[in-house]
Design a protein around this ligand. Structure first.
Ligand SMILES: Cc1ncc(COP(=O)(O)O)c(C=O)c1O
Length: 402
């Protein structure tokens, strides 16, 4: 008997893998095909809105290609790049040596390598709610369990520390902290950051801190979490994607605290990294240039985002039925709509898309309950376009809630 007509099944674990930020684009394409202009406010991709990496970074990559740097490099990355990352952390108060730095294919690969090195199937990892969905997607792949600790919109999206501590069990393997935060735009005060470290240390847990928005605090760069406790078991993850607006280069890093408690984990991460050979070589040449060179473009970017955040907050707050916590960093806001009974956040977001062409992501794509009515907005568009967009959101929402 021939099996030629029987569909080949995909692995079950992929059933738990979802990434709403990109999944909803298929619906947007349908709307676009019907002739309506779509405004993509679903993905934090600054070059799509005219922001570009500083020319000296671009020059470094071009030069690398002209110099024939087309081969593999060491799995851990180019030494010059690792030295620059180590110097950056050290200069910001967290002493790191280059041998504790690994260059990755974006923060995304740093997340995947670190969780894979730390977490066995059936174990638990504490992640903030709302969550940047790659964490839960990777945990699904590892057959491990995300345990959500609440961050509270009433306190500016700060973690609920009491609840967090109550959720730690013998199965817990790590605490994920995303600060500054996507999707909420929060930037945690020092007291909260210290409390997170103290909690993790009390329970012997490593912290994976995602600091990809560390250079985009509206009040200036945010110091690395490790600078508050150099002895703590902290692994920091970051990249050129946001602070240097080069997300398509897929170039990032992870840095591991200089504590012997993490030596085995460093070894495991390096072993995993060997298996994928290396991350792209030519863009690694931009890392030393980015971190040691002129950084005035980052101030320009912070100023631009502060202005957009203010427009976003004031215009959304002015819409009846909508509330929005003011972001403190990055280019995201997480407003809430008081949904009519029986409606979900996805219903609202799809109706908004079909009626106006505005694409945002429903809060349940970040783990929120669908009836709470959250959505995440990426506010990288120009101020005037944002005003126009929020005007349309206001008109649509008035009709929707009538
Ligand atoms: C919190 C967070 N972590 C990681 C990433 C992925 O960044 P990268 O482009 O460095 O892989 C993003 C991208 O939006 C993010 O928001």
């Amino acid at each position: 008997m021939s099996s030629a007509n029987i569909a080949i099944p995909a692995a079950h674990r992929v059933g738990h893998f979802s990434y709403a930020i990109r999944n909803i684009v298929s619906e947007a394409k349908r709307v676009e095909a019907s002739g309506r202009r779509v405004r993509y406010m679903n993905i934090g991709n600054p070059p799509a809105f005219g922001f570009q990496p500083p020319p000296h970074l671009v020059e470094a990559v071009i030069q690398a290609l002209r110099n024939g740097e087309n081969g593999y490099c060491p799995s851990v990355g180019l030494l010059a790049a690792r030295e620059a990352v180590a110097e950056e952390y050290t200069g910001r108060g967290w002493a790191i040596s280059p041998d504790r730095v690994l260059i990755t294919t974006g923060t995304s690969e740093a997340i995947e390598l670190t969780l894979t090195a730390l977490v066995d199937a059936g174990r638990e990892v504490l992640v903030p709610l709302p969550i940047y969905p790659l964490y839960t997607a990777v945990l699904a792949k590892l057959e491990a369990t995300p345990v959500y600790y609440r961050t509270d919109p009433d306190s500016g999206w700060l973690p609920d520390l009491d609840q967090l501590e109550r959720m730690i069990t013998p199965k817990t393997r790590a605490l994920v902290v995303i600060d500054p935060n996507n999707p909420t735009g929060a930037s945690y005060p020092t007291a909260v950051r210290r409390a997170l470290i103290a909690c993790a240390e009390r329970h012997g847990l490593p912290i994976l801190v995602d600091e990809v928005y560390g250079d985009l605090g509206y009040g200036g760069p945010v110091s690395p979490l490790g600078s508050l406790a150099p002895e703590a078991a902290i692994i920091s993850l970051s990249s050129l994607s946001k602070g240097f607006v080069a997300p398509g280069w897929r170039t990032g890093w992870l840095a591991v605290a200089n504590t012997p408690r993490l030596d085995e984990v460093v070894g495991a991460i390096k072993k995993l990294a060997d298996g994928r050979l290396c991350s792209p070589t030519m863009t690694q040449f931009a890392i030393p240039v980015a971190l040691r060179g002129d950084r005035t473009s980052q101030q320009t970017l912070r100023d631009a985002m502060r202005e957009r955040a203010a427009i976003t907050t004031s215009m959304l707050q002015a819409i009846p039925g909508v509330t929005c916590v003011a972001p403190q960093a990055a280019f995201y806001a997480m407003p809430k709509v008081a949904l009519p009974p029986g409606k979900s956040d996805q219903d609202y977001v799809l109706a908004l898309l079909r009626a106006t062409g505005i694409l945002v992501v429903y809060g349940s794509g970040f783990g929120m309950s669908p009836t709470e009515g959250y959505m995440r907005i990426v506010f990288l568009a120009a101020p005037n376009e944002l005003r126009e967009i929020y005007g349309l959101v206001g008109q649509f929402t008035a009709d929707y809630l009538r």
